[in-house]
Design a protein around this ligand. Sequence first.
Ligand SMILES: CC(=O)SCCNC(=O)CCNC(=O)[C@H](O)C(C)(C)COP(=O)(O)OP(=O)(O)OC[C@H]1O[C@@H](n2cnc3c(N)ncnc32)[C@H](O)[C@@H]1OP(=O)(O)O
Length: 418
Amino acid sequence: MTHDDTRTAPHLGDIPEEDLDQALDLVYLAFHLTLPDKTRTYHRQLLRDCTRIGARHGGRLTGVAGAHRLTLSVPGGQLPCAALDFVSVAPTHRRRGVLTSMIDELWRRCAADGQPLACLWASESAIYGRFGFAAATEAFRVEIDSSRPLALRIAADRRPLRLIDPAAAPALLAARYDASLADRAGRFTRDETWWRTQVLDLDGALGGDDRDGFGAVRVVVLGADGEAPGGYAVYRTRSANDSRPGAVAVTELEAESAPAAAALWSYLAAIDLTSAVRIHARPADDLLFSLAADRDQVRVTGQEPALWLRLVDVRAALTARSWAAPVDLVLDLSDRALPANAGRFRLTATPAGATWTPTTDDPDLALDVRELSACYLGGTPLRRLAHAGLVTEHTPGAVRRLDAALETEWLPFTADND
Ligand SMILES: CC(=O)SCCNC(=O)CCNC(=O)[C@H](O)C(C)(C)COP(=O)(O)OP(=O)(O)OC[C@H]1O[C@@H](n2cnc3c(N)ncnc32)[C@H](O)[C@@H]1OP(=O)(O)O
């Protein structure tokens, strides 16, 4: 008789480098993936650079979780963030608490590594709320009908547009991207490798020149050679055939101003032999929606949660962000998984900074860490969650006051999971 180990608690530990292939096999099993060698090599490298948590039964890996060590823009600053990825449990061992125990281990690793935040992209929205994660940024899929000229309400920046060698893009465009982090929370700092792989796919690990039928990556820059770019777009094109029109797929567009954005959108919409521009992720307050003279020409074709965020160290997270308005409130915070965060705290925030101190005073608001995580980047109004009965307001006006303090000029936005 074989021993049934599926009922016993897993043994948790690191995944050493020699087990990386075993770990990837489990990931591909759980995600039903068969991938080319190039992609596997890329994933192997990503996983090697992660904090790696393995769950084992009888020495065999039955659960894998990786956490990239990233830096996330938050209102007024940047914070270390564990970005959970590769989460997989063997189909023979599912729904027995393996993921739950790996998440508990993740909290220990975050504390040891000084990461006050954790984040992820969820394969299914039902999984991660129970662990205190909440959707903190939203992404809209957008399509421009470019079968006719794109009509915009302002004049475009008249500086020249030029196509550059994508290999030169990281060095040329990094400053423009980095500048956007100060405006928009929810974005990651990038190194050269991230640009080369995630943004430009220069080595073809993510599909390269045949990504859903779209060809080579193109990079268009606004501004003359030698000038700091006023904006850029990373895109690919697909020619028309009998069953579909020609199209442009935009991976990323950054612009320093509305006229710069107008110039780039106009360029993309005017590419010959194409009649649609598709953008996989834009924020709800994207300038394009306001610039379009005919909103019917710019359609939202999908809307989904993008970044799921979890405040792991609430005090560190709250005292590191900036605040739009002064606020002085007592919050009764629940956090089942991380009791150090739970209890009554006085949040005293001014535009100069914040404190978060334990108190025995009566609470103005009661909420779970999940709701605080949803609102932290400024993308979810707290009042929306209060209307839904997920936040209790003990002192009338407290929700409004906290909302005013959490507010950001621009919505947070995360677009790095194409
Ligand atoms: C950041 C990322 O990488 S997202 C990718 C997540 N991975 C995948 O989708 C790959 C395929 N799925 C899997 O490998 C697994 O099913 C996992 C990782 C999603 C879940 O692992 P499990 O070990 O089964 O989860 P665990 O047993 O700890 O479940 C904890 C709770 O979450 C619930 N849960 C787990 N997965 C799901 C799901 N897909 N949908 C709804 N509820 C779920 C369980 O029912 C359980 O609820 P309970 O506490 O009320 O009993």
